[in-house]
Design a protein around this ligand. Structure first.
Ligand code: ME8
Length: 650
């Protein structure tokens, strides 16, 4: 019987159009799935959308739609995108589907009945965007979310709690006994220290909004979006339904289950999910692979920064395979990666155009030129045999390394293994000078053997590329006349296919890209098109105040004397400002918009009678006034040159 393999992406929030970040996780999973298929596993691949919660409710409102209309539309866009990227998911779960909702309600009731969930009260700063509460020490600038920077709201609500604390020792013990549960190891260590720092019971219901799955026994509560979302991995297999066949096959009786997640949501998957399963008495037989992020040169992708790139744009201009190759190749295992137009074009040109595409086209053209298109494995004892033997050894080693890397989810490393084999194969041409061999009739067998080695190596390379290049392998196999049974791992060994008849005129695989011109084109693509979720244009005017309220503010001219980056917070700058009375230490959240040296010497406006507070460990004795433009960029409000430090502003 075949071993089973079940792989999942996170279910994405359908709050906006998906950028290359979501496409990264999905393409990564699809490549791993395709690899496991080649390995002979029975595979299943799940993706979907996480459609409840306040964030979705608000983005529906911003689009003048009901939440259901909004998620229906967004889920259809997601499905179209995955189709365009030739993602092979077997199922697409939406958390608003009945098959999911019914089971989540039952799961909640089960956890209530076992007293793993209890009713209590919670007060705290809540970030709508991240659907999470934060403690005062976690907040930035007093009330901002440490993850996304949005202003949090203070909420007080009756809420159900999940007893995380009860399970923390069991979870630590589980992680200890299953060292491969979370990879990479560095991410596992983060989780372990988080658990060791003490787990508070988790608030798992909300009363402040209604777009969610209702608690069956107390419908004024909706179920916390993460409890709802995480359950998708088993509801999609039919857990708790009339037909649990898939659940039994791939989960309880399955061999390998892997949840692929971005590092941002590791904690939910590494702590809440296993604890939910323990409480439900369901085996934790999954593993977690947490990957890094695609960043842009100026940090996170965001529409307001004008640095977003969408997968469809790259596919349309450069083809599916170039995109799918780049996206899984560029982020190194365990790290973040930076998307730049130059790297994109450079990677495609180097690996696909120059190395692979060129190898295929020149090999086919030589086989046509010297042998009328047909070559067979030939024995010879010429000195060139050592180069061929070396190539065969490299091919063998490559496959072993590649498999090891793929089994450890080190996709970029596996691709590098293939690239090395491509280079080694190109080198066979440099080592043997076929055009010289062709001049001597006595060396015809040697030349044919060299040609055969080129084609056999291209076949192996192309098999290895199958998880990453979606359309190209079929073309190359057709160019080379490779039958289906030589297109998989079964006959990967060098020498399995003994002869080749190639096509006369292969079509072009990858057109060469003009680095400068195309980099400009990609920059133009960034952030064009109408964003589906419009940014709010004009912030509402606050309610009227009395003149006395205004006079409570003491605003003075200040001169920035020194300025440096905050040691511990990327968004903060720490300045020494002369405000006439003294030199003040002031922390401002403007590091994304200014280099410290740009500010030194500026005359600015400072609120000097704000109660001093500590921001990430730095004392702040006042506030520099800033204006925010529609792109959410901040600029300090400068004071006239006619004014001096300490002059009063009113
Ligand atoms: O968190 N680089 O959904 P989400 C790499 N609904 N990956 C990125 C990325 C980037 N720049 N941006 C997003 C949620 N991702 C929850 C998940 S699962 C039970 C619930 C990928 O739409 C990455 O995998 O915010 C990240 O973890 C995920 O999208 C977050 O997707």
């Amino acid at each position: 019987m075949k071993k089973t393999f079940y792989i999942t992406t996170p279910i994405y929030y359908p709050s906006g159009k998906f950028h290359i970040g979501s496409a990264y996780t999905t393409c990564l999973c699809d490549s791993i799935r395709r690899y496991k298929d080649l390995e002979g596993y029975e595979t299943r691949f799940l993706t979907g959308t996480d459609e409840h919660g306040q964030k979705i409710e608000e983005s529906a409102l911003a689009n003048n739609k009901s939440p259901k209309e909004h998620v229906d539309y967004m889920a259809s866009l997601a499905k179209d995108l995955w189709k365009e990227l030739k993602i092979t998911n077997d199922d697409f779960i939406r958390t608003t589907e009945k098959r999911h909702v019914d089971v989540v309600q039952e799961v909640f009731e089960k956890l209530l009945a076992s007293d793993d969930i209890y009713l209590g009260e919670y007060t705290g700063n809540y970030c709508v965007s991240c659907e999470s509460y934060f403690t005062p020490t976690q907040l930035v600038d007093g009330d901002k979310c440490p993850d996304c920077g949005s202003v949090t709201k203070v909420l007080k609500e009756e809420t159900y709690f999940l007893r995380l604390s009860k399970y923390s020792d069991r979870l630590l013990d589980f992680i200890d006994k299953n060292p491969e549960f979370i990879v990479p190891e560095s991410k596992k260590n983060e989780v372990v220290s988080f658990i060791k720092s003490g787990l508070l019971d988790l608030s798992v219901s909300r009363t402040a909004f209604s777009w969610g799955i209702k608690v069956k026994s107390n419908p004024k509560h909706v179920i916390y979006v993460w409890i709802d979302a995480l359950t998708n991995y088993i509801t999609a297999l039919g857990y708790g339904s009339d037909n649990e066949d898939l659940y039994q096959k791939f989960w309880t009786g399955g061999d390998e289950v892997i949840h692929v997640v971005g590092k941002d949501i590791l904690r939910f998957h590494a702590i809440y999910w296993p604890i939910m399963l323990m409480a439900l008495d369901i085996p934790i037989n999954f593993r977690l692979f947490a990957h890094g992020w695609y960043l842009m040169k100026d940090g996170k992708m965001s529409k307001s920064k004008g640095n977003v790139i969408y997968p469809e744009q790259l596919v349309e201009r450069y083809g599916l395979d170039a995109f799918r190759y780049y996206i899984v190749r560029e982020i190194q295992y365990g790290n973040d990666g930076v998307f730049t137009p130059e790297d994109y074009i450079g990677r495609v040109n180097t690996d696909l155009v120059n190395d692979y595409g060129n190898l295929v086209s020149r090999s086919i053209s030589m086989v046509n030129k010297y042998f009328g298109g047909t070559v067979t494995l030939k024995e010879h004892n010429h000195e060139y045999k050592v180069f061929e033997e070396d190539l065969r050894n490299v091919a063998k080693e490559t496959f072993l390394e590649y498999k090891k890397n793929m089994d450890e989810f080190k996709v970029p490393n596996a691709i590098q293994n293939i690239s090395a084999l491509v280079r080694r194969t190109n080198k066979l041409i440099d080592d043997t000078f076929p055009w010289n061999l062709a001049k001597d009739e006595a060396l015809k067998d040697v030349l044919e053997s060299v040609m055969y080695h080129l084609l056999e190596s291209i076949r192996i390379i192309t098999v290895l590329y199958r998880p990453f290049l979606i359309e190209t392998p079929a073309k190359v196999f057709e160019f080379l006349g490779v039958e289906e049974n030589f297109q998989g791992f079964k006959n990967i060994e060098f020498g399995s296919k003994k002869s080749y008849s190639v096509v006369k005129k292969p079509s072009h695989l990858f057109p060469r890209l003009d680095l400068e011109k195309e980099s400009v084109e990609i920059k133009k693509l960034m952030n064009v098109g109408k964003p589906i979720v419009e940014e709010p244009k004009f912030e509402a005017i606050l309610p009227e105040i009395e003149f006395e309220d205004f006079t409570k503010l003491d605003i003075r001219v200040g001169k920035i004397i020194e300025c440096k980056k905050h040691n511990d917070a990327k968004k903060l700058l720490v300045s020494k400002i002369d405000t006439g009375d003294k030199i003040r230490n002031i922390v401002s959240g403007i590091a994304e918009f200014y280099e410290p040296e740009d500010l030194i010497g500026k005359l600015v406006q400072v609120v000097v009678n704000l109660k001093p507070m500590k921001l990430r460990g730095e004392l702040s004795e006042g506030m520099v006034l800033c204006g925010e433009n529609s792109k959410k960029e901040l600029f300090v409000v400068e004071a006239s040159d006619e004014l001096s430090p300490g002059d009063k502003i009113s």
